[in-house]
Design a protein around this ligand. Structure first.
Ligand code: MG
Length: 170
């Protein structure tokens, strides 16, 4: 069994990861509507990764004798006025998720829960990658996205992203 606070934070994070998947699917829907199938592909895969994160945390709770309680997933409420708005929202969102993951890590550290710390080492590292990916997308859009040929090329690049299962095995 886990410390009650650690358990509660991870259970809440399951919901937050599903919300992340929902938010990224909303980004993908916007890009589909704009005719930017590469950007849409990038965020469909991002949504799959977020679902994976939720499922990994679910498995972690069960592996430690805990129950999992599913809560309602919030409706994505973003308004997109420019085609780079989702990119900016995405970076803000990942920075927020990093703070949530850090809170879980800190709660585990406070009660000497080395098992949770070891598991969440992976999520801490993953958040570094998520923030870098989001920042790289913004940089690329800033450089190339305002020219039609540049936007076309960037869209083609993002169309090439393929789903890969998470490297963390529980
Ligand atoms: Mg995530």
């Amino acid at each position: 069994m886990l410390d009650p606070k650690v358990k509660e934070l991870i259970n809440t994070q399951v919901n937050k990861e599903f919300y992340s998947a929902y938010l990224y699917l909303d980004f993908a829907n916007y890009y589909e509507d704009q005719g930017l199938d590469g950007f849409a592909n990038w965020y469909v895969i991002q949504a799959q990764e977020e679902r994976d994160h939720a499922m990994l945390m679910r498995t972690y709770l069960f592996n430690n004798g805990e129950k999992v309680t599913l809560e309602a997933i919030d409706k994505p409420d973003k308004t997109y006025n420019n085609i780079d708005d989702p990119l900016k929202f995405g970076l803000e969102h990942e920075q927020y998720v990093t703070s949530l993951i850090n809170n879980i890590y800190r709660a585990a550290q406070d009660v000497n829960d080395y098992r949770t710390m070891q598991c969440f080492d992976w999520f801490v590292k993953e958040q570094g990658e998520e923030e870098k990916n989001a920042e790289d997308l913004i940089k690329k859009f800033t450089l190339y996205g305002h020219d039609p040929k540049g936007l076309y090329a960037l869209n083609q690049e993002l169309l090439g992203r393929v789903y890969a299962a998470p490297s963390l095995v529980l």
